[in-house]
Ligand binder design. Structure first.
Ligand code: SF4
Ligand code: SF4
Length: 393
């Protein structure tokens, strides 16, 4: 958004910009985040799915998983991110990924990186995997290993990055922001640049899985404001190399739009770009290891169906009453800030899991939203109907 240059994103989704929002996904052609397994060789404090070496869920059988693959292909869904737990722990990972790619679906892999040896990276490249996202929570190996519960995790992740790059696969780093690592973001950008990594996705921590028991890890609003401002500066300075994404808080995009725009029209163009990205249930869906389907990876308390019982095409449907609230979250927001916010159709109220963890009600306000939407709306003279217009309503 800051530079208009999406390096890896453009390769995956095609180019888009302020005046040409992406058309890669739609409500009924969502991106799928497929949590193939709840097993993982690491044990991170902030794990949103409580993955562990033994796992907790009976996984889909290979036959069940391949049925899901057929449905994804039939539905013409554009992109599947295979994740977990650690997706490479599933023996049939290669069959699942291979069939998806053969069927014309782009496949990304979200992994802790430790199992990507040179051979594995070459195999991923030959298969045609579009992107590998590898998590690093710190530039400090001891801190990363402590946080991720296994000594050597940092070096393993970096080996995975290097092997993937060597094999020619676009690689991104992912950092989940906590109050302890948010200050390291500029250093992570330096690390990415020194290694030739072209993309970093910073995740605002969600409070599901093990993270639910660790709400004190969340960064403060002040920390977040400083972080976003520093990332705007870094993006401008390095001209989008690496591309920087901030995920799980669309209010950040509104802050960035407010900072960058020089006119109301420009502000609205940025807003349109944010709305085109989608969010939980709106242009994204998640399949959990046991086959249950969630509006996204970070709403683990809601099932909108199970692929063991129903075809995916019946679940991803406007007729699905369980999914509907997540396709139009803004209609259900009850918190004093979000329910009155000018930008709620675009933002979707930030994170439902953070609202649930802090208030006991998933439709309440997201405690991490640090912007003042009234003030921003006033600054840009946002009137009733302006936002509807950019949303195409
Ligand atoms: S956050 Fe990722 S690497 Fe860590 S335990 Fe969970 S699935 Fe494994
Ligand atoms: S008040 Fe709520 S809807 Fe508005 S920007 Fe913040 S999180 Fe989003």
């Amino acid at each position: 958004m800051v530079t208009g240059r999406g390096t890896v994103s453009f390769q995956i989704k095609g180019s888009y910009g302020r005046r040409a929002p992406p058309k890669f996904t739609s409500m009924l052609k969502p991106i799928v985040f497929w949590n193939l397994t709840s097993r993982c060789n690491l044990y991170c404090q902030h794990c949103y799915i409580s993955a562990s070496p033994r796992g907790w869920a009976a996984e889909l059988s290979k036959a069940e998983a391949l049925n899901v693959v057929s449905d994804i292909i039939e539905l013409g869904l554009p992109l599947v991110t295979l994740t977990g737990g650690e997706p490479l722990l599933r023996d049939d990972f290669w069959d699942i990924a291979g069939r998806l790619i053969e069927g014309g679906v782009k496949v990304a892999v979200s992994t802790n990186g430790t199992l990507i040896s040179e051979d594995v990276a070459v195999k991923l490249a030959k298969l045609g995997v579009s992107y590998v996202g590898i998590s690093l929570d710190s530039v400090n190996p001891q801190f990363h290993d402590m946080f991720r519960g296994v000594r050597g995790a940092f070096n393993g992740a970096l080996r995975g990055v290097e092997s993937s790059l060597k094999a020619g696969i676009p690689v991104g780093l992912r950092m989940t922001l906590t109050r302890y690592n948010v200050g390291e973001a500029p250093a992570l950008v330096e690390l990415a640049r020194s290694r030739g990594v072209k993309r970093i996705a910073f995740y605002l921590m969600d409070l599901t899985g093990r993270a639910k028991g660790n709400p004190d890890l969340l960064p403060t609003r002040e920390q977040l404001t400083g972080f976003v401002n520093s990332m705007i500066r870094v993006s401008e300075e390095f001209k989008g190399d690496p591309e920087i994404l901030i995920v799980r808080g669309n209010f950040v995009g509104i802050h960035v739009a407010d900072k960058l725009a020089t006119s109301k029209d420009e502000f609205l163009e940025y807003i349109q770009m944010i709305s085109a990205q989608g969010d939980c249930g709106r242009k994204t869906i998640s399949i959990y290891p046991d086959g249950s389907v969630k509006p996204c990876q970070f709403i683990d308390w809601v099932d909108v169906g199970n692929v063991k019982e129903r075809r995916l095409k019946e679940i991803v449907s406007v007729e699905n009453e369980k999914l509907k609230p997540y396709m139009e979250v803004y209609k259900h927001l009850k918190g004093p800030r979000c329910s009155k916010c000018h930008f709620k159709t675009i933002c979707g109220g930030g994170s439902r899991s953070r609202a649930l963890a802090f208030t006991g009600n998933p439709w309440e306000d997201d405690p991490l939203c640090y912007i003042n939407p009234q003030e921003i709306a006033k600054r840009w003279d946002i009137r009733e109907g302006d936002i509807g217009k950019v949303m195409g309503n």
